[in-house]
Design a protein around this ligand. Structure first.
Ligand code: SF4
Ligand code: SF4
Length: 135
């Protein structure tokens, strides 16, 4: 089981929608709400801890992003060490958000930090320790 603490920011159009229900039911995640401010017709913010399988966590967070919910990892960040990367592409299929991507013409790998949800799926597959969890 993996655990992730994130800040969720909901746009006004999504406040009142059964999003957390779907997260729990469809992705088999447990959710502990650590802090929250949700007002009808205004932006809402929740600080939550999600617990579940690593893959389910990544998919659940991706689901939130696809709806327009902003997600911000609370505990850590992922750093790509470009100097250690050999562009082997091993991380590409594991990344659910295409934060790690490859240019098919040049076969160069790149990292788009803004797309990264810090799911950590890529960290263990990188043979060259080019991806690091930062606390
Ligand atoms: S942690 Fe790795 S696999 Fe997860 S979104 Fe970021 S770059 Fe992709
Ligand atoms: S698995 Fe590691 S070395 Fe290979 S492309 Fe990804 S970051 Fe670079």
């Amino acid at each position: 089981m993996a655990k992730k603490r994130i800040v969720l920011t909901f746009p006004p159009t999504l406040v009142g929608q059964p999003i957390t229900y779907h997260l729990v039911k469809d992705y088999d995640l447990m959710m502990n709400i650590l802090r929250g401010v949700v007002t009808p017709n205004e932006k809402g913010q929740l600080v939550v801890e999600l617990v579940g399988k690593q893959k389910a966590l990544a998919e659940g967070i991706n689901y939130l992003k696809s709806l327009g919910v902003e997600t911000q990892s609370l505990a850590h960040d992922i750093k790509w060490h470009e100097d250690k990367c050999t562009h082997c592409t091993a991380c590409i299929p594991t990344c659910p958000t295409q934060a790690m991507s490859v240019n098919r013409d040049t076969m160069e790998v790149s990292f788009i930090k803004e797309h990264c949800i810090a799911c950590e799926l890529c960290v263990s597959v990188c043979p060259f320790k080019a991806l690091e969890i930062q606390f």
